[in-house]
Design a protein around this ligand. Structure first.
Ligand SMILES: Cc1cc2nc3c(=O)[nH]c(=O)nc-3n(C[C@H](O)[C@H](O)[C@H](O)COP(=O)(O)O)c2cc1C
Length: 356
């Protein structure tokens, strides 16, 4: 039996296989609106056979954008464009999800191909916010520490984002609590020096995430899964650890989260990261083994056999593919062929399906 191509059911949603397109910013939006690029890019990956196509970080508020070109979900007008994408993905037998995000102290930058620098207000930038007035690095602006009202607004922004995501037809919502963005900034002692109910102890640092989870879950029908992406370690002394992730996973499980997507790092500029094939899989494996919460593995998963082994050995329930899926939008179709599994190709492409 090939595990990678077994369906995966959570609540009332069944993914046709265990291959998920990892959320990847396309920086191809104006005022947060999805574009033809999104339809073609994401649609191609659904045509390519992915079980779930997860849309990139979608900002729940304009100040939560990494760049002015980010996808957004902060106004109802964003919904119809997103609906067009979810409808198309469904016609291809795929499921769709969206990552709700707030970039926190890493917001207000030019996108990578425009130089990646901090944007000043004159250049269209804005004041960033975070748990504490600590900049990510010397090249980044110092954020404004959120006060209680600001925190409540963040929770409300995620709630409204979740409502719109449901309206747009996404089967899965993923909360972005990784990569040094706002929710991760609250979780990690490296970026959170608050002395109120949102800083200090582990319970306080994860409070904002749990509030966002509760608000999101409340907007979602019971039959749709909620996922959370974390950086399972900061790879830095004094930072967030794998054991913290296990502890958090138990709380998330109780709060109605269905899967923990285990990425790592990016909350501090210098970290000792042992980058190599599948280098983050150990965290998906640890969380799954110690808590029973389903997990997703991500990071340098690039071939069919490797992906199959991760799922077959029980290290994770799904694999998320980032850059490999950019190199090959048809990775799932190719992987099925390589692993000897019969999958249905789009009828329009059937004459090109390799014979075995
Ligand atoms: C172009 C690009 C954009 C990305 N944008 C996001 C994003 O919006 N949200 C996120 O959680 N990760 C983002 N990532 C990280 C990927 O989802 C993935 O975790 C990372 O690339 C490692 O997986 P890979 O080795 O398969 O590429 C991005 C990566 C790339 C290459």
């Amino acid at each position: 039996m090939i595990h990678l191509f077994q369906p995966f059911t959570q609540r009332n949603v069944t993914l046709r296989n265990r291959i998920v397109i990892s959320p990847m910013c396309q920086y191809s939006s104006v005022d947060g609106f999805s574009s033809d690029w999104h339809l073609v890019h994401l649609g191609s990956r659904a045509v390519g056979g992915a079980g779930l196509v997860l849309l990139e970080a979608a900002a729940v508020t304009p100040v939560g954008r990494i760049t002015p070109d980010d996808l957004g979900i902060w106004q109802d007008e964003h919904v119809p464009g997103l609906r067009r994408i979810t409808d198309f993905i469904r016609t291809q037998g795929g499921a769709s999800g969206i990552q709700l995000a707030h970039a926190g102290r890493k917001a207000s930058h030019a996108n990578t191909w425009k130089g990646g620098q901090t944007l000043t207000p004159a250049e269209g930038g804005w004041t960033t916010v975070g748990p504490s007035a600590i900049a990510f690095s010397d090249d980044y602006p110092t954020p404004q520490a959120l006060d209680k009202a600001g925190i409540e607004q963040v929770v409300e922004d995620f709630r409204q984002g979740a409502r719109r995501a449901v309206e747009a037809g996404f089967e899965v919502i993923e909360l972005h609590a990784a990569h040094g963005y706002l929710l991760h900034e609250f979780m990690s002692p490296l970026s959170n020096e608050r002395t109120d109910a949102y800083g200090g102890s582990f319970e306080n640092r994860v409070r904002l995430l749990l509030e966002v989870v509760a608000a999101t879950r409340a907007e979602m029908p019971d039959d749709r899964p909620l996922w959370v992406r974390i950086s399972a370690t900061d790879w830095t002394e004094g930072g967030w650890t794998g054991d913290d992730s296990v502890r958090l996973a138990r709380l998330l499980q109780d709060a109605g989260v269905d899967l923990l997507d285990c990425s790592t790092a990016a909350n501090v500029p210098k970290a000792d990261i042992p980058v190599g094939p599948g280098y983050q899989v150990q965290f998906a494996e640890q969380v799954r083994r110690e808590t029973g919460l389903p997990t997703g593995a991500v990071g340098l998963i690039t071939d069919a056999q490797q992906a199959e082994e991760i799922v077959a050995s029980g290290q994770a329930d799904v694999v998320l593919l980032g850059r490999e899926s950019l190199r090959d939008p048809y990775f799932p179709l190719h992987a099925a062929h390589e692993l000897g599994v019969d999958v249905k190709w789009p009828v329009q492409y059937e004459r090109a399906q390799p014979k075995r």
